[in-house]
Ligand binder design. Structure first.
Ligand SMILES: [Zn+2]
Length: 375
């Protein structure tokens, strides 16, 4: 038996859970362009039939900002209105290196371009900077994926109409590096994220901060399994939504059990999630069931990790800073390549030491009641 401690960052910070229904935040032009050049609506025309396509651009301005993202935006807007003679900044949305998303031209109006292509029905999304020799900041790419996916859903844009500028006109825009990223994984990430939003799935970011191209899988309580019937749930406990995040799985029926229950006095919760992981790789991040990240004010109070034969078992505790509640987790996953190899997560959450005393026996019985041999 080998014992070792894992730093807490491995247990929690690697996974960032974002709700599938969260609105992507944008900064209105009225906020960033105070004192900027006023748009001239008489120079613009509306789309005739709504938005049917999304086109990705770069501003091709120096990556070194003049003083801020906003000052860059104001300069570009002034240039487009005063020098190019357009009605407003050419793009409908712009994403800065910080990942902030700015509203440009009112999207009901068609955009503008120095190149020839049909702008009717096109939503123009522009990355601030030049991406011929380098990629945008990680934060900017994450915002681009989230935002484009949300707009695909809002306007019902299909994937063949998600393009970059050079795919529809004669130009180098949005730069070779950004184009390569779009072709290699970016477009795929946006489509997967779009699928995820449609299915109300949450999303998780992998360790390097770039969204998982599978779109992640948020395990809902609706994934009921007859095997869960061996669980002994104390009387009057009520069902609660799950907070587990499964590894990327090919099919949702690989989720065998995903249950969470709350005691009638609301002082304790029991949860268990079990997924089949045999088809995945043997790396830790392929196999472990993750949790929502630690919340503000939560402290990790205990960590233990054990490797035993073909299994890794981790136990950890988290307490709120005011001691109001403690969550105990036990998570294990098999290293086996066997089709039926499992990952399991248990949680015992209690509000205060009295609740711990009151419910620990019931929790032990709850855990013992599950017949793993039936899975
Ligand atoms: Zn462009």
């Amino acid at each position: 038996m080998m014992r070792f401690l894992l730093p807490s960052i491995l247990l929690f910070s690697s996974v960032l859970l974002v709700s599938g229904e969260e609105k992507v935040e944008t900064i209105p032009q009225s906020v960033w362009s105070t004192g900027g050049t006023k748009p001239k609506s008489e120079r613009m025309k509306k789309h005739t039939d709504g938005i049917t396509s999304i086109v990705i651009h770069h501003t091709e301005t120096p990556n070194q900002l003049p003083s801020s993202e906003v000052s860059r935006l104001i300069n570009v807007q002034r240039y487009h209105i005063e020098d190019r003679g357009w009605g407003d900044i050419a793009y409908h949305y712009l994403i800065g290196p910080s990942g902030k998303i700015y509203e440009g031209r009112d999207w009901h109006y068609q955009g503008d371009s120095g190149t020839k292509y049909d702008l009717n029905g096109r939503l123009l999304v522009c990355m601030i900077g030049s991406f011929t020799d380098r990629l945008p900041e990680k934060e900017a790419l994450i915002s681009l994926i989230e935002f484009v996916a949300a707009k695909m859903q809002e306007h019902n844009v299909d994937s063949e109409n998600l393009v970059t500028h050079r795919m529809v006109a004669s130009t180098d825009c949005p730069g070779d590096m950004l184009q390569q990223w779009f072709d290699a994984s970016g477009k795929d990430s946006m489509e997967k994220r779009y699928e995820g939003i449609k299915r109300h799935l949450a999303y998780y970011h992998t360790q390097d901060g770039i969204p998982d191209p599978t779109g992640g899988l948020y395990v809902h309580n609706e994934n009921e399994s007859p095997q869960a019937e061996t669980l002994v749930v104390p009387e009057h406990f009520t069902s609660r939504p799950s907070m587990a995040v499964a590894p990327p799985l090919a099919e949702t029926d690989d989720v065998l059990i995903d249950r969470r229950f709350r005691s009638p006095d609301r002082d304790c919760e029991f949860a268990v999630t079990i997924v089949k992981i045999g088809k995945l790789g043997t790396g830790e991040y392929d196999r472990l069931i993750a949790w929502r990240p630690m919340q503000k004010g939560e402290i990790e109070t205990s960590t233990e990790s054990i490797e035993k034969e073909d299994k890794v078992i981790q136990r950890f505790g988290i307490t709120s800073r005011n001691g109001h509640y403690t969550r105990y987790f036990q998570r294990s996953y098999s290293l086996s390549k066997d089709e039926d190899a499992l990952a399991i997560l248990w949680e015992f959450m209690i509000y205060g030491p009295e609740a711990h005393e009151k419910w620990k026996q019931a929790y032990a019985e709850f855990k013992a009641s599950l017949d793993l041999s039936k899975l």
